[in-house]
Write a protein that binds this ligand. Structure first.
Ligand code: PLP
Length: 375
Protein backbone atom coordinates (compact mmCIF):
# COMPACT_ATOMS: atom_id res chain seq x y z
CA UNK A 1 0.00 0.00 0.00
CA UNK A 2 1.24 3.47 -0.88
CA UNK A 3 1.61 5.87 2.00
CA UNK A 4 -0.27 9.10 1.34
CA UNK A 5 1.60 12.34 1.90
CA UNK A 6 -0.87 13.20 4.69
CA UNK A 7 -0.22 9.95 6.55
CA UNK A 8 3.51 10.35 5.98
CA UNK A 9 3.39 13.80 7.54
CA UNK A 10 1.33 12.68 10.51
CA UNK A 11 3.55 9.66 11.12
CA UNK A 12 6.68 11.82 11.08
CA UNK A 13 8.86 11.16 14.10
CA UNK A 14 7.31 7.78 14.90
CA UNK A 15 8.58 4.30 14.11
CA UNK A 16 5.65 3.69 11.81
CA UNK A 17 1.91 3.83 11.53
CA UNK A 18 -0.93 1.54 12.36
CA UNK A 19 -4.12 1.69 10.31
CA UNK A 20 -7.26 0.46 12.09
CA UNK A 21 -10.08 -0.13 9.64
CA UNK A 22 -13.34 0.36 11.55
CA UNK A 23 -15.40 -0.47 8.45
CA UNK A 24 -13.76 -3.91 8.39
CA UNK A 25 -14.43 -4.23 12.13
CA UNK A 26 -18.12 -3.49 11.55
CA UNK A 27 -18.23 -5.90 8.58
CA UNK A 28 -16.83 -8.61 10.88
CA UNK A 29 -19.44 -7.77 13.51
CA UNK A 30 -22.18 -8.01 10.88
CA UNK A 31 -20.88 -11.37 9.71
CA UNK A 32 -20.70 -12.70 13.27
CA UNK A 33 -24.21 -11.41 14.04
CA UNK A 34 -25.52 -13.28 11.03
CA UNK A 35 -23.76 -16.40 12.32
CA UNK A 36 -25.24 -15.85 15.78
CA UNK A 37 -28.72 -16.42 14.34
CA UNK A 38 -31.33 -15.80 17.03
CA UNK A 39 -28.66 -15.13 19.66
CA UNK A 40 -27.57 -11.59 20.48
CA UNK A 41 -24.01 -10.71 19.52
CA UNK A 42 -21.81 -8.98 22.07
CA UNK A 43 -18.26 -7.69 21.68
CA UNK A 44 -15.25 -8.37 23.85
CA UNK A 45 -13.29 -5.13 24.15
CA UNK A 46 -10.94 -6.10 26.99
CA UNK A 47 -7.28 -5.04 26.96
CA UNK A 48 -8.19 -1.84 25.12
CA UNK A 49 -10.09 -3.82 22.48
CA UNK A 50 -7.15 -6.19 21.93
CA UNK A 51 -4.87 -3.19 21.66
CA UNK A 52 -6.88 -1.40 18.97
CA UNK A 53 -8.58 1.23 21.13
CA UNK A 54 -11.63 0.37 23.25
CA UNK A 55 -13.23 3.78 22.79
CA UNK A 56 -13.04 3.79 18.98
CA UNK A 57 -13.96 0.10 18.67
CA UNK A 58 -16.89 0.21 21.11
CA UNK A 59 -18.25 3.41 19.55
CA UNK A 60 -18.16 1.93 16.04
CA UNK A 61 -19.77 -1.32 17.21
CA UNK A 62 -22.47 0.47 19.19
CA UNK A 63 -23.35 2.41 16.05
CA UNK A 64 -23.53 -0.95 14.25
CA UNK A 65 -26.10 -2.18 16.79
CA UNK A 66 -24.01 -3.89 19.45
CA UNK A 67 -25.42 -3.48 22.97
CA UNK A 68 -23.30 -5.90 25.01
CA UNK A 69 -19.66 -5.12 25.78
CA UNK A 70 -17.19 -7.15 27.83
CA UNK A 71 -13.99 -6.00 29.49
CA UNK A 72 -11.76 -8.07 31.77
CA UNK A 73 -11.06 -5.70 34.64
CA UNK A 74 -13.23 -3.28 36.59
CA UNK A 75 -10.69 -0.50 35.93
CA UNK A 76 -11.30 -0.92 32.20
CA UNK A 77 -15.02 -0.62 32.78
CA UNK A 78 -14.61 2.59 34.80
CA UNK A 79 -12.67 4.09 31.89
CA UNK A 80 -15.01 2.94 29.12
CA UNK A 81 -18.42 3.37 30.80
CA UNK A 82 -18.66 7.18 30.38
CA UNK A 83 -18.21 6.87 26.59
CA UNK A 84 -20.93 4.24 26.19
CA UNK A 85 -24.60 5.20 25.91
CA UNK A 86 -26.80 4.15 28.83
CA UNK A 87 -28.54 1.36 26.89
CA UNK A 88 -25.23 -0.44 26.27
CA UNK A 89 -24.48 -3.11 28.86
CA UNK A 90 -20.89 -3.31 30.10
CA UNK A 91 -19.70 -6.48 31.85
CA UNK A 92 -16.53 -7.23 33.82
CA UNK A 93 -15.35 -10.76 33.04
CA UNK A 94 -12.73 -11.11 35.78
CA UNK A 95 -15.28 -10.79 38.54
CA UNK A 96 -16.34 -8.34 41.23
CA UNK A 97 -13.26 -7.01 43.01
CA UNK A 98 -13.54 -6.30 46.70
CA UNK A 99 -14.26 -2.61 47.42
CA UNK A 100 -15.53 -2.02 43.87
CA UNK A 101 -19.13 -3.05 44.64
CA UNK A 102 -20.53 0.44 45.18
CA UNK A 103 -18.72 2.02 42.23
CA UNK A 104 -19.86 -0.76 39.89
CA UNK A 105 -23.45 -0.37 41.04
CA UNK A 106 -23.31 3.43 40.82
CA UNK A 107 -21.83 3.40 37.33
CA UNK A 108 -24.11 0.83 35.75
CA UNK A 109 -21.32 -1.74 35.38
CA UNK A 110 -22.40 -5.37 35.48
CA UNK A 111 -20.03 -7.79 37.21
CA UNK A 112 -19.59 -11.35 36.06
CA UNK A 113 -19.78 -13.09 39.44
CA UNK A 114 -17.27 -15.91 39.56
CA UNK A 115 -17.54 -17.21 43.13
CA UNK A 116 -20.09 -17.62 45.89
CA UNK A 117 -18.25 -14.91 47.84
CA UNK A 118 -18.66 -12.43 45.00
CA UNK A 119 -22.32 -13.39 44.74
CA UNK A 120 -22.78 -12.85 48.49
CA UNK A 121 -21.13 -9.42 48.39
CA UNK A 122 -23.22 -8.28 45.43
CA UNK A 123 -26.41 -9.63 47.01
CA UNK A 124 -25.57 -7.88 50.30
CA UNK A 125 -25.23 -4.56 48.52
CA UNK A 126 -28.50 -5.18 46.71
CA UNK A 127 -30.27 -5.84 50.01
CA UNK A 128 -28.71 -2.75 51.60
CA UNK A 129 -29.87 -0.61 48.72
CA UNK A 130 -33.24 -2.27 48.49
CA UNK A 131 -32.86 -2.89 44.78
CA UNK A 132 -32.06 -5.94 42.69
CA UNK A 133 -28.64 -5.50 41.12
CA UNK A 134 -27.82 -6.72 37.60
CA UNK A 135 -25.33 -9.56 37.36
CA UNK A 136 -23.99 -12.36 35.22
CA UNK A 137 -22.97 -15.61 36.89
CA UNK A 138 -20.16 -17.66 35.42
CA UNK A 139 -19.71 -21.42 35.75
CA UNK A 140 -16.60 -23.46 35.11
CA UNK A 141 -17.42 -26.15 32.56
CA UNK A 142 -13.95 -27.54 32.00
CA UNK A 143 -11.29 -24.84 31.98
CA UNK A 144 -10.52 -24.48 35.69
CA UNK A 145 -10.07 -20.74 35.30
CA UNK A 146 -13.07 -18.73 36.50
CA UNK A 147 -16.58 -19.45 37.67
CA UNK A 148 -18.56 -21.67 40.03
CA UNK A 149 -18.01 -25.41 40.23
CA UNK A 150 -20.97 -27.78 39.78
CA UNK A 151 -21.25 -28.14 43.53
CA UNK A 152 -21.34 -24.37 43.98
CA UNK A 153 -23.92 -24.15 41.20
CA UNK A 154 -26.20 -26.50 43.15
CA UNK A 155 -25.62 -24.48 46.33
CA UNK A 156 -26.63 -21.29 44.51
CA UNK A 157 -29.70 -22.90 42.99
CA UNK A 158 -30.75 -23.82 46.53
CA UNK A 159 -30.41 -20.23 47.82
CA UNK A 160 -33.60 -18.45 46.72
CA UNK A 161 -32.95 -15.42 48.96
CA UNK A 162 -29.66 -14.70 47.23
CA UNK A 163 -31.12 -15.26 43.77
CA UNK A 164 -34.00 -12.92 44.59
CA UNK A 165 -31.60 -10.09 45.44
CA UNK A 166 -30.02 -10.29 42.00
CA UNK A 167 -31.21 -9.47 38.52
CA UNK A 168 -29.30 -12.21 36.72
CA UNK A 169 -29.15 -11.16 33.07
CA UNK A 170 -27.64 -14.44 31.91
CA UNK A 171 -25.39 -17.26 32.99
CA UNK A 172 -22.19 -18.00 31.14
CA UNK A 173 -19.18 -20.22 30.70
CA UNK A 174 -16.09 -20.11 28.51
CA UNK A 175 -14.81 -22.72 26.05
CA UNK A 176 -11.22 -23.88 26.51
CA UNK A 177 -10.76 -25.43 23.05
CA UNK A 178 -13.09 -23.58 20.67
CA UNK A 179 -10.23 -22.81 18.28
CA UNK A 180 -9.90 -26.54 17.58
CA UNK A 181 -13.36 -27.52 16.28
CA UNK A 182 -12.58 -31.24 16.20
CA UNK A 183 -11.72 -31.27 19.92
CA UNK A 184 -14.19 -33.41 21.89
CA UNK A 185 -13.79 -31.05 24.86
CA UNK A 186 -16.19 -28.66 23.10
CA UNK A 187 -19.11 -31.07 23.32
CA UNK A 188 -18.25 -31.73 26.97
CA UNK A 189 -18.45 -28.01 27.74
CA UNK A 190 -21.84 -27.77 26.07
CA UNK A 191 -23.23 -30.81 27.89
CA UNK A 192 -21.92 -29.44 31.17
CA UNK A 193 -23.49 -26.05 30.51
CA UNK A 194 -26.84 -27.69 29.72
CA UNK A 195 -26.77 -29.38 33.12
CA UNK A 196 -26.02 -26.07 34.83
CA UNK A 197 -28.72 -24.36 32.83
CA UNK A 198 -31.30 -26.91 34.02
CA UNK A 199 -30.64 -25.66 37.58
CA UNK A 200 -31.60 -22.12 36.56
CA UNK A 201 -34.60 -22.49 34.30
CA UNK A 202 -35.49 -19.46 32.23
CA UNK A 203 -32.09 -17.76 32.47
CA UNK A 204 -30.42 -17.00 29.13
CA UNK A 205 -27.03 -18.58 28.45
CA UNK A 206 -23.80 -17.26 26.91
CA UNK A 207 -21.06 -19.66 25.89
CA UNK A 208 -19.45 -18.88 22.54
CA UNK A 209 -16.32 -16.82 21.99
CA UNK A 210 -15.12 -16.34 18.39
CA UNK A 211 -14.25 -20.01 17.94
CA UNK A 212 -17.51 -21.06 19.58
CA UNK A 213 -19.47 -19.27 16.86
CA UNK A 214 -18.08 -21.79 14.37
CA UNK A 215 -18.86 -24.96 16.33
CA UNK A 216 -22.50 -25.36 15.36
CA UNK A 217 -25.84 -23.89 16.37
CA UNK A 218 -25.95 -25.58 19.77
CA UNK A 219 -23.10 -23.37 20.97
CA UNK A 220 -24.78 -20.08 20.09
CA UNK A 221 -27.27 -20.10 22.98
CA UNK A 222 -28.60 -16.57 23.73
CA UNK A 223 -25.60 -14.24 23.58
CA UNK A 224 -22.28 -14.71 21.79
CA UNK A 225 -19.03 -13.05 22.92
CA UNK A 226 -16.58 -12.76 20.02
CA UNK A 227 -13.27 -10.98 20.47
CA UNK A 228 -10.45 -11.92 18.12
CA UNK A 229 -12.66 -12.54 15.07
CA UNK A 230 -13.96 -8.96 15.28
CA UNK A 231 -10.37 -7.80 15.00
CA UNK A 232 -9.63 -9.98 11.98
CA UNK A 233 -7.93 -12.92 13.69
CA UNK A 234 -8.74 -16.45 12.57
CA UNK A 235 -11.46 -17.84 14.86
CA UNK A 236 -10.04 -21.37 14.61
CA UNK A 237 -7.33 -23.48 13.04
CA UNK A 238 -9.65 -25.03 10.45
CA UNK A 239 -9.32 -23.71 6.93
CA UNK A 240 -9.18 -20.18 5.58
CA UNK A 241 -9.92 -17.23 7.84
CA UNK A 242 -13.37 -15.84 6.95
CA UNK A 243 -12.81 -12.52 8.73
CA UNK A 244 -11.66 -9.25 7.18
CA UNK A 245 -8.31 -7.81 8.22
CA UNK A 246 -8.74 -4.81 10.52
CA UNK A 247 -5.14 -3.81 11.21
CA UNK A 248 -2.19 -2.95 9.05
CA UNK A 249 1.21 -1.89 10.31
CA UNK A 250 3.79 0.04 8.31
CA UNK A 251 7.27 0.47 9.77
CA UNK A 252 9.53 3.37 8.90
CA UNK A 253 12.87 2.80 7.20
CA UNK A 254 15.33 4.80 9.30
CA UNK A 255 18.55 3.83 7.49
CA UNK A 256 19.81 1.70 4.61
CA UNK A 257 23.31 0.31 4.04
CA UNK A 258 25.28 -2.18 2.02
CA UNK A 259 27.43 -4.75 3.85
CA UNK A 260 29.94 -7.29 2.49
CA UNK A 261 29.84 -11.07 3.03
CA UNK A 262 30.89 -11.98 6.55
CA UNK A 263 29.47 -8.87 8.23
CA UNK A 264 27.94 -9.57 11.61
CA UNK A 265 24.49 -8.08 11.94
CA UNK A 266 22.78 -6.88 15.12
CA UNK A 267 23.20 -7.70 18.83
CA UNK A 268 25.44 -10.64 19.59
CA UNK A 269 26.50 -10.74 15.96
CA UNK A 270 23.87 -13.45 15.77
CA UNK A 271 23.57 -13.24 11.99
CA UNK A 272 26.47 -13.26 9.55
CA UNK A 273 25.90 -11.97 6.02
CA UNK A 274 26.32 -14.90 3.63
CA UNK A 275 26.48 -12.62 0.61
CA UNK A 276 26.96 -8.94 -0.12
CA UNK A 277 23.78 -7.54 1.28
CA UNK A 278 21.70 -4.45 1.32
CA UNK A 279 19.97 -3.83 4.62
CA UNK A 280 17.24 -1.54 5.83
CA UNK A 281 16.92 -0.67 9.50
CA UNK A 282 13.28 -0.23 10.57
CA UNK A 283 12.31 2.04 13.44
CA UNK A 284 10.28 -0.50 15.40
CA UNK A 285 11.40 -3.22 17.78
CA UNK A 286 10.27 -5.39 20.65
CA UNK A 287 9.20 -2.35 22.67
CA UNK A 288 6.66 -1.80 19.89
CA UNK A 289 5.31 -5.33 20.19
CA UNK A 290 7.44 -7.11 17.60
CA UNK A 291 8.55 -10.16 19.57
CA UNK A 292 12.26 -11.06 19.63
CA UNK A 293 11.16 -14.56 18.71
CA UNK A 294 10.18 -13.23 15.27
CA UNK A 295 13.86 -13.40 14.38
CA UNK A 296 15.04 -15.19 12.26
CA UNK A 297 11.79 -16.48 10.71
CA UNK A 298 9.84 -13.26 10.21
CA UNK A 299 9.86 -10.70 7.46
CA UNK A 300 8.62 -7.34 6.27
CA UNK A 301 7.20 -6.74 2.81
CA UNK A 302 7.59 -4.15 0.11
CA UNK A 303 4.98 -4.69 -2.57
CA UNK A 304 5.16 -8.41 -3.31
CA UNK A 305 8.79 -8.74 -2.24
CA UNK A 306 9.51 -10.46 1.06
CA UNK A 307 12.23 -8.83 3.13
CA UNK A 308 13.55 -11.33 5.71
CA UNK A 309 14.38 -10.09 9.20
CA UNK A 310 18.10 -10.53 9.85
CA UNK A 311 19.80 -10.54 13.23
CA UNK A 312 18.16 -10.03 16.59
CA UNK A 313 15.33 -7.62 17.02
CA UNK A 314 16.37 -4.62 19.13
CA UNK A 315 14.15 -2.65 21.48
CA UNK A 316 13.47 0.14 18.99
CA UNK A 317 14.65 -1.21 15.65
CA UNK A 318 15.22 -4.26 13.51
CA UNK A 319 17.04 -5.02 10.27
CA UNK A 320 15.63 -6.54 7.10
CA UNK A 321 17.40 -7.86 4.01
CA UNK A 322 16.44 -5.71 1.02
CA UNK A 323 18.90 -7.25 -1.45
CA UNK A 324 16.02 -8.55 -3.59
CA UNK A 325 14.74 -5.02 -4.24
CA UNK A 326 16.16 -2.98 -7.11
CA UNK A 327 18.78 -0.62 -5.73
CA UNK A 328 17.35 2.68 -4.54
CA UNK A 329 13.83 1.30 -4.07
CA UNK A 330 13.81 2.01 -0.35
CA UNK A 331 15.33 5.00 1.38
CA UNK A 332 15.15 6.68 4.74
CA UNK A 333 11.59 7.89 5.34
CA UNK A 334 9.88 5.13 3.34
CA UNK A 335 7.61 2.53 4.91
CA UNK A 336 7.42 -1.26 4.66
CA UNK A 337 4.57 -3.58 5.56
CA UNK A 338 4.78 -5.59 8.78
CA UNK A 339 1.08 -6.43 8.99
CA UNK A 340 -1.08 -6.17 5.88
CA UNK A 341 -2.23 -8.01 2.78
CA UNK A 342 1.03 -10.00 2.53
CA UNK A 343 1.30 -10.84 6.20
CA UNK A 344 -1.72 -11.33 8.45
CA UNK A 345 -1.66 -11.12 12.24
CA UNK A 346 -1.90 -14.92 12.23
CA UNK A 347 1.14 -15.24 9.95
CA UNK A 348 3.29 -12.94 12.03
CA UNK A 349 2.10 -14.75 15.16
CA UNK A 350 3.04 -18.13 13.68
CA UNK A 351 6.50 -16.79 12.74
CA UNK A 352 6.95 -15.58 16.32
CA UNK A 353 5.65 -18.81 17.88
CA UNK A 354 2.63 -17.15 19.43
CA UNK A 355 -1.02 -16.33 18.68
CA UNK A 356 -2.62 -13.33 16.98
CA UNK A 357 -4.09 -12.23 20.33
CA UNK A 358 -0.61 -11.63 21.72
CA UNK A 359 0.54 -9.76 18.61
CA UNK A 360 -2.46 -7.41 18.70
CA UNK A 361 -2.44 -6.71 22.43
CA UNK A 362 1.30 -5.98 22.33
CA UNK A 363 1.17 -3.53 19.41
CA UNK A 364 3.06 -0.51 20.61
CA UNK A 365 1.59 2.78 21.67
CA UNK A 366 4.38 4.68 19.91
CA UNK A 367 3.02 4.04 16.42
CA UNK A 368 0.96 6.77 14.83
CA UNK A 369 -2.58 5.40 14.76
CA UNK A 370 -4.96 6.13 11.95
CA UNK A 371 -8.61 5.12 12.30
CA UNK A 372 -10.48 4.75 9.03
CA UNK A 373 -13.97 3.88 7.95
CA UNK A 374 -16.11 5.35 10.73
CA UNK A 375 -17.38 8.89 11.03
C1 PLP B 1 -11.47 -13.10 25.91
C2 PLP B 1 -12.78 -13.76 26.12
C3 PLP B 1 -13.70 -13.88 25.07
C4 PLP B 1 -13.35 -13.55 23.64
O1 PLP B 1 -12.56 -14.61 23.13
P1 PLP B 1 -12.07 -14.65 21.61
O2 PLP B 1 -11.40 -15.96 21.51
O3 PLP B 1 -11.14 -13.50 21.45
O4 PLP B 1 -13.28 -14.52 20.76
C5 PLP B 1 -14.97 -14.36 25.37
N1 PLP B 1 -15.29 -14.74 26.62
C6 PLP B 1 -14.41 -14.68 27.65
C7 PLP B 1 -14.83 -15.12 29.00
C8 PLP B 1 -13.13 -14.19 27.43
O5 PLP B 1 -12.26 -14.16 28.44
Amino acid sequence: MQTSPETRARAAGTGGYLVIDLAALVANYTQLSARSGQALTGAVVKADAYGLGAFQVATALYDAGCLHFFVAQACEAFTLRPSLPADAALYVLNGLPEDCEASCADQNIIPVLNSLRQIARWADLAKTRGQRLPAVVQFDTGMARLGLSSEEARALAAAPDTLKALDIRFIMSHLACADTPENIANADHLAHMRNISALFPGLPVSLANSGGLFLGDGFLQHLTRPGIALYGGAPNDAGPNPMQAVVSLHAAVIQTRTVPTGTRIGYGGAHTATHDMRLATLGAGYADGLPRSLSPRGAAWHGDIRLPIVGRISMDSLMVDITDLPEGTLAEGDFVELIGPHQSIDTIAADAGTISYEILTALGRRFYREYRGHT
